[in-house]
Design a protein around this ligand. Structure first.
Ligand SMILES: Nc1ncnc2c1ncn2[C@@H]1O[C@H](COP(=O)(O)OP(=O)(O)OP(=O)(O)O)[C@@H](O)[C@H]1O
Ligand SMILES: Nc1nc2c(ncn2[C@@H]2O[C@H](COP(=O)(O)O)[C@@H](O)[C@H]2O)c(=O)[nH]1
Length: 590
């Protein structure tokens, strides 16, 4: 259960060490544009040789191979007929007639790089860049400008790869291409390739931003402003003018969106173990001690939380979880939020996964405010229905914490749509629900288990199977999540590996969804009723206040069960926990 994740995630892995800042996003693409002979290939090759986090989008072309060019590496060399057929079949993200040949970027080429968790680098012409911009690919667009057209001609001739006719065509086209820098909103930055070292340093800076999942111009360089630098270049002005990417420049999104930047990072002065055992620390979070330091959107439960964790863990084997890596899905709100905060505060390294960047930023700030060290906590924007984004998780973990891998996976994310009825629901709602709840859980499980297998360190998978009876496709998928745990357990046993698998099934959770079904609250939008068991919406609204829900289960109850599962000694296999609310005398939840 957990987040009603509705904001699509993007991009990929972290090549930059997640240097204690911001929410991690998968890489954006890097689109490199510029006239023939300006040095795009030279710069791109250098970038890719220096850092394997970048992958080249291998284009198709109808031009014949040059000496030394390898099919499938430099280009997919093809015929006009074959290429036109594939374009007609919709296989290309963009294509263009360039210097009398057809060039194009296939969807597969970009997908292959993204699936490998790399930042995809495209080397394309201006027409292609316009199409890619229109297609909405998450990317940073860089124009490489020549210091002068004379120098461009000099380079083209010096390269000695093209016929005189081709050189003439390319130079003629170059003038028009350089003009394109004036198109508002097309490029995010311009690098004038005069001195190769300077240009390379600038490219590295902007490439790092793409690797970190950023898009758009960097701070102080609003879209469209590259024009000045490029115009200077087009007019023959020398110098490495750049509207962006000062060497060492930081990340735009990191600065703009990360609440951590500008905030003095708070370091834990003690280990997780100390935090768990420190009554003083916990006391401040107990009810009656003022506002929750967790600054949770669901304050009633958050205030109880650390006490619950402490109580659960006391006397059991919690200590072995200190420093281990727990991935919590659906961490943007509800149970996921509570799990992420509790486990981190109790000494685990937590990867909080959500589609909703804004929620993760709030969560991150709450963690910092609570005194958690940034390096023990990693928010990752990822869409569980996208294989490339899920499979990037182990790599992201290894980058943040070298030598570590996923030790614990808590499959909590789920979507519950109000239009998910099996008798009258929409197909779209079903697909949404099945994709996130079933496919997403399966993908996350496979990646986590493989991460454990590679390190031969078997950990724990916990599936949160909460479903309200009568919630249609949501309930059906949660049954599937439960069955998946059972199957996983059997597979692990058959292979003789000590993977631990548990399910937690809370019934009648104090959730927005539950109260909506009980007629205590009305859904305000389709997504609002998604699985956000203790989200802010769950505690708002006059109807909710009229009907006290104090005896229903809380997110913290689910956390407590998780902690208990994780604390159980080696010889105790906790397979399934079902939690029910305490009924009032009349048999109805209070
Ligand atoms: N800053 C520079 N100073 C001098 N020569 C350069 C510089 N950058 C690149 N070159 C040279 O310019 C030539 C053209 O470079 P390159 O092949 O990388 O261009 P390109 O933009 O990739 O061309 P195309 O679009 O046709 O593939 C090469 O011989 C390269 O070594
Ligand atoms: N629109 C696209 N343009 C592309 C693609 N791949 C390369 N190119 C551009 O073509 C010229 C010429 O390349 P060359 O290898 O023949 O010198 C170059 O400027 C590239 O940017 C593509 O997939 N789409």
């Amino acid at each position: 259960m957990g987040a009603a994740e509705s904001v699509p995630a993007t991009g990929p892995a972290v090549a930059q060490p997640p240097a204690a800042e911001g929410v991690v996003e998968l890489p954006s693409a890097l689109v490199i544009v510029g006239p023939s002979g300006v040095g795009k290939g030279t710069l791109i090759n250098r970038l890719m040789e220096a850092d394997k986090s970048y992958g080249f989008s291998c284009s198709h072309t109808t031009r014949p191979p040059r000496e030394g060019e390898v099919n499938g590496v430099h280009y997919h060399f093809t015929s006009h007929e074959a290429m036109e057929a594939e374009i007609a079949a919709g296989k290309f993200l963009e294509h263009a007639h360039v210097h009398k040949n057809i060039y194009g970027t296939s969807i597969q080429a970009v997908q292959d790089v993204a699936n490998a968790g790399r930042c995809c680098v495209l080397d394309i012409d201006v027409q292609g860049a316009r199409q890619v911009r229109k297609a909405g690919l998450r990317a940073i667009f860089v124009f490489i400008a020549p210091p002068s057209l004379e120098e461009l001609e000099h380079r083209l001739r010096g390269r000695a790869t093209d016929s005189e006719e081709q050189i003439t065509t390319r130079l003629r086209n170059a003038q028009e291409e350089v003009e394109s820098v004036k198109e508002a909103g097309l490029y995010d930055c311009v690098i004038v390739n005069n001195n190769l070292e300077d240009a390379y340093r600038q490219l590295v800076a902007v490439a790092k931003r793409a690797l970190a999942g950023e898009v758009g111009p960097s701070l102080g360089s609003p879209r469209g402003s590259p024009t000045a630098a490029a115009a200077a270049a087009a007019a023959g002005g020398a110098g490495a003018a750049s509207a962006d990417a000062e060497p060492g420049s930081g990340s735009t999104a990191g600065r703009a969106s990360s609440s951590s930047s500008g905030v003095v990072q708070q370091r834990r002065t003690s280990s997780g173990a100390a935090a768990l055992n420190s009554t003083a620390t916990f006391k401040a979070w107990l009810p009656g001690e003022g506002q929750s330091q967790l600054n949770s959107p669901h304050t009633d439960e958050a205030a109880l939380l650390p006490g619950a964790v402490a109580a659960s863990a006391a006397g059991y084997g919690w200590e072995r979880q200190h420093g281990r890596v727990a991935v919590v899905t659906g961490a943007g709100s509800g149970v996921g939020w509570e799990l992420a905060t509790s486990l981190a505060l109790a000494g685990m390294r937590v990867v909080a996964v959500s589609r909703r960047k804004a929620q993760l930023e709030k969560l991150q700030q709450a963690m910092l405010d609570a005194g958690l060290a940034q390096e023990d906590f990693l928010p990752v924007v990822a869409d569980l229905t996208k294989e490339a984004e899920v499979s990037a998780l182990p790599r992201i973990v290894a980058k943040r914490w070298p030598g570590a891998g996923i030790d614990v996976l808590i499959n909590n994310a789920a979507v519950a749509r109000t239009d998910g009825s099996l008798m009258s629901g929409s197909t779209e709602a079903w697909v949404d629900t099945v994709s996130t709840n079933v496919l997403g859980t399966a993908l996350a499980t496979r990646e986590a288990v493989q991460s454990m297998e590679e390190r031969q360190q078997w950990g724990h998978v916990i599936n949160i199977c909460c479903a309200e009876e009568g919630s249609g496709m949501h309930a059906a998928t949660k049954q599937a999540v439960c069955s998946m745990a059972q199957e996983l357990r059997l597979e692990a046993r058959a292979r003789g590996v000590p993977l631990r698998v548990s399910t937690i099934t809370p019934t009648a959770l104090n959730s927005y969804f539950f109260r909506t079904r009980a007629g205590r609250n009305k859904p305000r939008s389709r997504h609002e009723a998604a699985d956000s068991p203790s989200g802010a919406d769950a505690t708002e609204g006059a109807a909710a206040q009229e009907q006290p829900t104090g005896s229903l289960l809380h997110a913290s109850d689910v956390v407590q069960a998780c902690v208990w599962c994780l604390s159980a000694p080696d010889h105790v296999d906790v397979s399934d926990i079902t939690q029910a609310f305490k009924r009032a005398q009349g048999g109805r939840p209070q």
